[in-house]
Design a protein. Sequence first.
Length: 365
Amino acid sequence: MANVVAEHITKCFGNVKIITDFNLEVNDQEFLVMVGPSGCGKTTMLRMIAGLEEVTGGNLYIGGRLINDVPPKDRDIAMVFQNYALYPHMNVYENMVFSLKMRHVNRGEMDRRVGETAALLGLEQLLKRKPRQLSGGQRQRVALARAMVRDPKVFLMDEPLSNLDAKLRAQTRTELKRLHERLKATIIYVTHDQVEAMTMGDRIVVLKDGIIQQVADPLTIYHRPANRFVAGFIGSPAMNMLEAGVVSEDGRPALMLGDFKFTVPGGLEPLLPYLGRRVTLGVRPEHVMVEGWPAAQPVPAITAVVEVVEPMGAEIYVYLRAGQGDLTARLTADTVFRPQDRVRISFDLNRLHFFDQDGARINVA
């Protein structure tokens, strides 16, 4: 396996810039996930690594080797596509060995690789079937197997689970992580699904408009998002965002949220430069407390109206309308609310996030 390094990568289609000054090192044996909304450039970046798109500017390296002008077949990578891209007239065995035949691998070695990979992915009984005789999950495993038999330096995966149903997608996420642990492979995985990113990646790259917003492990991304975009994109339901004023209370900064003035246990000194201005207050749904919940410390309460209740089994999502803005709360399943109920809500003051008007994170604690 090998590391992958991108140095100041730029990609333009005509006068349209898709990727801007992309700098990243993917470590050897790392499972790295690139995530972002549709059109952010993540698939384009993956295709440049694969050699399917030319690099407009900058340099790409695999295992220390500059690959800008290296043909795709000579980059020693394997790509798994969203639509699996299996040859419909070939059976599973023939699909798996096709690339090996092109490399003139001998029959004994091909059979050995296919046997090992088929056993690993549970495909032994499917080797004589055509793709049309397979389920979506089976086709996805065949696409993975075809990539694995090549024993490449780097695996590139472009939303390989997007065509699966929800249950199979969750199951396959787990299988892919187990597979990564066995193979010790370098994997670059592209998705627009932030749940996949959080559950699968050793590190996550969050992209917006072709620009890296943050690179970090999943928990850092979740608990310390670099800016408002990352905070709102990662997490389901999304983080609540409220506009708050920064005011002075006995010479120290406090927050005004509607009619409520409050501070936090550790103080808000980092907000001193924002006195008299507004900041964005971010609160995860699980840190919104609704009347009836015991609070760890005295907190201000906001009157709100329940609009929608979504039972999720082990928990419920409650969507609230308040004068300060719409809010979502994630509550335990034994909490009972109905639409149009009037409630009082407050926040876990140790878990608040703050962003300036440009969207950059303000580190309060």
